[in-house]
Ligand binder design. Sequence first.
Ligand code: BGC
Length: 702
Amino acid sequence: MNHIEDRINHLLGQMTLEEKIGQLNQPMIHGLPGLDLLRQGQAGSIINAFGALSGQGFDHLSSAEQCNALQKAALESRLGIPLLFGRDIIHGQRTVFPIPLAQAASFNPTLIETVNRIAAREASAVGIRWTFAPMLDIARDARWGRIAEGYGEDPYLTSRMAEAAVRGFQGDDVSQPDRLVACAKHYVGYGAAEGGRDYEQAEISEPTLRDVYLPPFRAAVAAGVGTVMSAFLDLNGIPVTANRRLLTDVLRGEWGFDGFVVSDWESVGELVQHGVAEDQAHAAALALRAGVDMDMVSGAYQTTLAENLHQGRITHAEIDEAVRRILRIKFRAGIFERPFTDPERAQRDILTHDARAFARQAARETMVLLKNEHHLLPLRDFRRILVAGPFAHATAELFGTWTMDGRAEDVTPLDRAFQEVAPAGVELWFAAAPDLALSRAHYADVVVLLVGEHPARSGENANVSDLGLPPGQLEWITAMAAIGKPIVLVVFAGRPLAITRAVAQAQAVIYAWHPGIEGAAALAEILFGLAAPSGRLPVSMPRTTGQAPLYYNRKSSGRPLLDDGPFRTRYIDTPTAPLFPFGYGLTYTRFTYSDLRLSSSRMRDTLEVSALITNVGEWIGTEVVQLYVRDLVGSLTRPVRELKGFQRITLPPGATQRVTFTLCEADLAFTRADGSWGTEAGRYKVWIAPHSESGLEGEFEL
Ligand code: BGC
């Protein structure tokens, strides 16, 4: 038995029932009844949040001094077990990075790792040692507001980002004081909420659950994630917070997870509203037995577990096991050795020059160029540029959802950032009001129109029934287009919006997401050609709201999309294909793909697939080369394409590189008709492609 397990047993042996239950309880800092609760050992963790909707606001309450004061009280308890302070550090703490969905557009796991390493350093400097991130919910329906918080629609991409995020937060050694324990959330299926309505139920078949929704969590567990959060939702009739099969059999039994599970906010108590528990006591018993170790905020564990035990609804062993898991993570996090945070660190570690510089790089790598007619971008030879639209003077509007620690005053306002980056001799006019913009447009050479969603329009429970631009913006674009000046449309958003008509009226379009603290400067650099865009869509862009749910890795159906004829799957009022497919994105140069080669026409254990990528344009550029496969015949129907690899390469003009992927047999495994997981012999298609709807196609056999 290793050292930590010895220490856990030793401690557990001394704990009273009350102290044990205390470890399973996570109150919120704002409702905290007082330090006595901590002195009595009645909390295992504190969530530093001001309420259930913390994600939608600013609140700078976390400080080393405050955490230290609470920690001091906890250490005065009989056994002196330290608290683990948790807070949602979703895309940076004070240095706000692009939203996670934007980060996914980088197709660059190293970027995700660095972002979260910086976030961990900053958050730990104010006493936080546990973040409720990364969010690994696959989202196929952009109406769902929380699509902003995850890595998009694809299980492979999300899995790679999951590993990178866990590495970034936890590092090799999570006991280092500048690291955070990560939390893979929301386990599982939460992104499949019906109608895109947050908290709604989802029905997901077992193969889809196993092949689409679970893999990112499995990847996070394999990467050593310390904690997992049980989702709010009712999945296939069982709220996940009460689902023993998922929380125990799959997570711990099949995957070997040995950290702890925290409920989502009040999701233990909410088992009553779901209608699977009579009362709080029943809810607590169901959740504990299912495998939820810590109760976030509902208080059901603290108030009812002792009684549950006396009634025989739960066992001592079940309580001990939950305590054991929580203590294990506390020991791993090193908080017994270093319970306090050095208050000087905040000065040193927060909002450093390097952090800001990386935030700018991240923003550059995440913006997606969707259209660029006649090389309108980068802007050259224009003297008078009108920068118009609701975001013309944006500061904190660039942050996106979940930025409790962000501060508007840290952001270089968009107008100033543009002025700093624009070449000498360029005259910039700014207009946030439509009338002013329209009158100015007549005298401008080009118009940069900044539209999109306010951060409050995405994130938790910020769902929309209409994926179009917010009211008035399309009218604004149309009025502007009528003037006849070239338009560069920039869209800030927490989700892929249906911008079909807006795109048609602009000559160039950049999808900038919510790009964070340095987003304005990064955008200006891209517009003026100091940097080239290199993001690719991690989600399919819809043409209309009615296309939702929309994702590239769908099934063929018996009447496939690509066949001609009236009786194929379709809408009669719009094409079925997305406006821009998953993986799509342009840059200032062009790449060609040629000479696809397979190391063999038959895969034994592995197969090498390669192609030549050439930069045929005039700019140095970055291409995200993507590998897709299709299993042509299966015991269950198989997706028309699945991403199995990607590589970001940068080439100077005229250069060619052979890009090689190694496919393994395990990459082709799936949940088969008999429920087992593995491969099936047969024919496969393979593509090396710039996005999910094109590419060089080959075939092999397994
Ligand atoms: C959200 C979680 C979050 C938690 C704590 C909940 O409302 O669903 O994602 O981690 O609050 O703030």
